[in-house]
Design a protein around this ligand. Structure first.
Ligand code: ADP
Length: 351
């Protein structure tokens, strides 16, 4: 590998040296021809033999003109073009692609890197715009619902049942809104790393049980059954962050599982790694959807759109990344889904 790199470097160096030798010879040839022609013309037309210092002056002017024209074409104009493009980038215009005919490797590489940079900036801009429009949409939906039901509540001739129904809808949407804002806040804290994430020692299996209990109302309503097999594991990790992982994964398994469905949970420690598995017999996820499942605001199953905001798995992924772990999905449409989380084991001195 090193040999190959040094061979390429040597070839490049040789290429540049040959290029300069060729350039010097070319400049000399053009200078001699131009000067010879001028001397010849003066001799033939005006019958004047030009003195040596004038010939030398003509030669040096010709040389400098050729070099300036060459530098301008090969070096200065590509750099001027680059500088103008940089100004556009500074103005926030990322939709730009530049090309050069320059034979100089460095210039070509700068152009190439510039185009990569512009492309990256473009995609970040698209992501940011998408994120803002998703957030606006997700916030607007519950707010409009709350506003609508609050207006209905103003009518005086409502029955108790109607009043109750509208109040429940307002509470449901308020909860949705607060969950959404909470998730966005947590994601932004995780992105900006402004979250306290000191590792503490705690029982991981008990934490998963706690997550199960927190969701009791949901799985009772759905009559979901659980098959749980977990080893007792004392884990050194980000306790409060990991609770989000288990609640999100269990919540989804219940939500996307059928009524009376079965959810299997396994927790096992290997030498340096802990494996958590959760498997449901629900609607499953197609191969195409699986590619985007961890993207922010992605929801493949529109029948449950109101019950979530598509941020759950994005959060799960981000937290697992921060913990140095990994998450995998095995699923196919109609055949249920299995999420597997791998967490590295840390020692006490890695707190
Ligand atoms: P949501 O708030 O919609 O649950 P998530 O980020 O948790 O958002 O999940 C994103 C999407 O992934 C869901 O809308 C759903 O389409 C799909 N999904 C997640 N978990 C499962 C599962 N266990 N079974 C089927 N689909 C799932």
């Amino acid at each position: 590998m090193n040999n190959k790199t040094s061979r390429i470097k040597r070839r490049r160096k040789l290429g540049i040296q040959l290029y300069f030798i060729f350039l010097v010879l070319l400049v000399l040839a053009i200078t001699i021809i131009t000067t010879g022609m001028i001397v010849f013309l003066f001799d033939k037309i005006f019958e004047i033999i030009l003195p040596g210092f004038i010939v030398a002056a003509i030669m040096s002017v010709t040389i400098s003109l050729i070099i300036t024209a060459h530098l301008n074409r090969r070096l200065l104009s590509p750099i001027a073009k680059l500088s103008k493009s940089m100004e556009l980038i500074a103005d926030g215009k990322f939709d730009i692609h530049i090309e050069t005919k320059s034979k100089i490797g460095e210039i070509r590489r700068i152009y190439n890197n510039f185009n990569i940079m512009a492309r990256e900036l473009r995609s970040t801009e698209v992501l940011q715009n998408d994120f803002i429009s998703n957030v606006s949409h997700e916030i607007k939906t519950p707010i409009s619902a709350i506003e609508g039901y609050a207006m209905l509540l103003q009518y005086s001739n409502l029955s108790d049942d109607e009043e109750n129904e509208y109040l429940c809808k307002i509470l449901f949407n308020t909860h949705r809104l607060s969950e959404l804002v909470g998730n966005i806040l947590l994601l932004s804290k995780l992105d900006n790393q402004t979250i306290q994430n000191q590792r503490v020692s705690y029982r991981l299996d008990e934490q998963v049980r706690k997550a199960l209990l927190m969701l009791e109302q949901k799985w009772t309503e759905k009559e979901t059954e659980f098959d749980v097999d977990m080893e007792k594991i004392v884990y050194l990790g980000h306790e409060s962050l990991l609770l989000h992982v288990w609640t999100n994964l269990i919540d989804n398994a219940v939500k996307f599982g059928p009524k009376g469905g079965l959810v299997k949970i396994r927790l096992k420690r290997f030498d340096n790694i802990i494996r958590f598995e959760i498997e449901d017999n629900g609607s499953g996820i197609s191969e195409e959807d699986a590619k985007h499942i961890f993207d922010r605001f992605y929801q493949s199953d529109s029948s449950h759109k109101d019950e979530g905001n598509g941020l759950g798995l994005a959060l799960v992924k981000r937290i697992i990344d921060i913990c140095g772990g990994n998450i995998e999905l095995k699923s196919s449409k109609g055949l249920g889904s299995k999420f597997t989380v791998y967490l590295p084991v840390y020692d006490e001195d890695q707190k």
